[in-house]
Design a protein. Structure first.
Length: 144
């Protein structure tokens, strides 16, 4: 028989919102998880229909509980158990933050990681693909 309630920290871990249950518990203790605008403790139970806000700076994700799962699910089964209500503006904020991480890199953070370098290269390629370049050799020939 399926459960009708589950602890919020366990549910967030089962839905793959957090990598470990310990991280989910810590997020609850730090006030980053709220239900109905009220910060919740890790032991707070959730039931179908609850709307959960999860702050993972700089973004606040919003989820609606559809079903309760007591075990961790494979990623392809997650949409059956939760509905993602996160606004597109939050995802745009995430993209802007990723990009600005390269531009405003603080002094003393060390070398960019391999992943950072790949993302920077991808960003440069995308931004230059849309712009046009002047062919300076052609301009010189027209002046003659």
């Amino acid at each position: 028989m399926p459960k009708s309630e589950e602890r919020v920290d366990k549910w967030l871990w089962c839905m793959r919102v957090f990598k470990t249950r310990t991280i989910a518990t810590d997020a609850c203790k730090k006030g980053r998880v709220s239900i109905g605008g009220v910060a919740v403790k890790p032991s707070r139970t959730v039931k179908p229909g609850d709307i959960i806000d999860v702050k993972k700076p700089p973004v606040t994700y919003t989820f609606r509980v559809v079903q309760i799962a007591s075990n961790r699910l494979g990623a392809k089964f997650v949409p059956e158990y939760l509905e993602n209500l996160t606004s597109p503006s939050q995802y745009e904020l995430l993209e802007i933050t990723k990009i600005s991480g390269f531009v405003d890199r603080q002094k003393g953070l060390g070398r960019p990681t391999k992943r950072d370098s790949r993302e920077l290269s991808r960003f440069k390629e995308e931004s230059y693909a849309d712009s046009f370049f002047l062919d300076w050799e052609d301009d010189d020939e027209e002046d003659d």
